[in-house]
Design a protein. Sequence first.
Lengths: 141, 725
Amino acid sequence: MRFTLNGKRARLDVHPMKRLLDVLREDCGFTGTKEGCGEGECGACTILIEGMPVNSCLVPAAHADGARVTTIEGLDGRHPLQRAFVDHGGAQCGICTPGMIMAAVALGRKPTLEQIRVGLAGNLCRCTGYSAIYRSIRRAR
Amino acid sequence: MPSRSVGRSVVRKEGRGKVTGAARYIDDLTFPGLIHARTIRSTIPAGEIVDVAFGFDTSGFTLVDYRDIPGRNIVALIDDDQPCLAERLVRHVAEPILLLAHADREALLAADVRIRYREAVPTYDATTSPIAFKTIAIDKGRIDQGFREADVIVEGEYRTGHQEQLYIEPNGVIAVPEHGGVTVYGSMQCPYYVHRALKVLLDLPDDKVRVVQTETGGGFGGKEEYPSMIAGHAALVAIKAQRPVKLVYDRVEDMLATTKRHPAVIRHRTGVKRDGTLTAIDIDAVIDGGAYATLSAVVLSRGVIHATGPYRCDHIRIRGRATMTNTPPNGAFRGFGAPQTQFAAEVHMDRIAEALGIDPVRIREINALRPGDRTATGQRLGRDCSALAVLRETVKRTDFKRKWRAYARLKASRCLKASRYKEGGSRGIGLSLFFHGAGFTGGGEVKLASKASLALTDRGARILVASTEIGQGTRTMHAQIVADTLGVPYDCVDVNAADTGQVPDSGPTVASRTCMVVGRILQRCAEDMRERLGRLTPREYLKRHGPLVITREYERPTDMAWDDNSYRGDAYGTYGWACDVAEIEVDRETWEVKPIAFTTVHEIGKAIHPVLALGQIEGGSAQGLGYALLEEVVMRDGRMANAQLTNYIIPTTLDTPPIDVVILENPYKHGPFGAKGVGEMPIDGPAPAAINALRNAGFDLREIPATPERVMVSEKQEPRHALHA
Ligand code: FES
Ligand code: FES
């Protein structure tokens, strides 16, 4: 398969039905994307395909063929959300954080509280009770 | 000494790694030649293994059973009753029997192992189980006299279910055979628990076993004792195969096999005067330990000590029992027995108020513990007792009394015109007052004799402790304490990995002890280091005198005493105090309960790092609301029937109300900068607050979680348990 991963063109020889999550973690070495459930419930594996949030544990590799894929590593540590999650307590244990940040990126600029709540409804966090995540997103600049 | 970082929300040490994806969790690691392992588990709740057959070509596989264990076949903890791999007897579903390993995960998953059993009759009811892991009795005053003084006696039985910790990162380890021993990397709270368990299992000396914590994606108690089991498994395979072995559970296996919160059945019988003064508290608590003892004895201990709630009473009798059932062993979970017993105490307290016709605030004001009062174990409380302060602040902030009366009136009118209110929701508001002892119970800290070290570096100091960072902010908060005590900037203090090859045994990262107890030992290290430095900078000192490492051990405050035989004395160095108010709405079509607002006031001594402390309180409150309203472990024939995130529901953004938090500070004189523990307390209060809110809305519930099925049948049940003495 060929796709654009974090801004770079990539060519891989993988089984088309292999989970995209495993392709990213094992074949591409991008372990920032996490697995919390493997059944589409927790959102820890959230990445962006063509800018849309997707649970990479549910998506076969073939699905990303020819597409633009972004993982947490693709933000280069420079996205305002990343700093905000550190400063405002949005990341505790951090296992949900990459998925949470990718889902938040997909919300665009200046989402309302309601948009955040609905937009993150598929991303579970067991540590924060979500309040600090809302604060992080709203205060990111 | 000028305080520079304590009280400020400095940048957390490992924050950047977590937001960039650079932080390495166990499943992110690999080693050359690594193979994968899989656990073959029992499918019956009780019986004997008759035979094991392999339905696949075993060449290329590493197979491990109990005969491969070089040391003792136990998971060493308190009572050495739990085998690492079952030999003949099976005591619960999902009990580990065999380990398979292969380089190819597909081949591993396809391997078919058939086990035949001779089944026995399982025990599922903890209250009638004939086997008790532990019983505890607490007596204060004379219970008969207390009941004689009472005008009214109120009785009740309360039940709480299992709860799954549901850290988002499942349990996992990698074992690497090296230097004639083994090194285990893994997601865990207590590296030295694992270290000890491995020595016993593998019959290896101290220096042949090394345990290294990797970045850990949540614990909540679920990675307190269980990692000793999974580490043992991986180590056995690694030693046999002489290759690195990865054993990482998927979500289903983690939910089926690992520990959960103990279910409990708690009976209260309380004597009270007409004016609301408590005269006698009689409590019987049974917790379901599951198939092996694990930590049940100490969970029970904390449970019964907190069982009265934060109230004073001269005549108290508490009986506690942790019993055996043929279900997977229950274990540590944030709160450790106290959420169960304080749920019962606080729901019961609202029923007492109801029986007397006084409001929930008044009954608590009358009976709340004050400085100078004695607890159930006879501990005399000092000035750091804040029960009334948190109660008053919460009541004021939430306008509780007015709302409580308004909802109660609405409920009354609804009863009259029932049909008109069929549609739409019913609302209620409820309150809970609670406390939580910080550190190990009784003489626990003395027995642990925890150590912490501080090494002088060019720029400042390096912290060497076995306390783990599991999201709560250990590294950051410890560095703040050291920085300010030593008088160096926060950035000049770094933190060593929790690696038993490099750090001393600081005890487990549990029991809300990491800041208050280990933080205090570190503070003493820093005080000594500062003295040694004198006027020299760290760099000058190192040049002149060479390396400097200071190690200190836990010292019991001289004003603390505890007797384990009579269960009397100072159960904890200090307590945190808190009050929750929950406002809920019941959907009268679906009978779902939705929390719409939540307020909590926590008194925690000192917030070393306000953002981290707030995170503990918000996160624990949300987890407590899940416990109250959503999280139901369905046990069918001794097996968790809903071991999936699709049907074991934890709170999402949409289920979690706005959480309003106030932190009060009433310093503890032996805590670093006055700090008490904070990690667990937040989970004690939400369940009773939510259930009391349901009571306010007209639902008499005595059991959690408050599932729609339970809510539906709990309406309009009249309080019938108030007997006039
Ligand atoms: S791992 Fe993909 S949704 Fe949980
Ligand atoms: S920070 Fe731990 S699960 Fe979200």
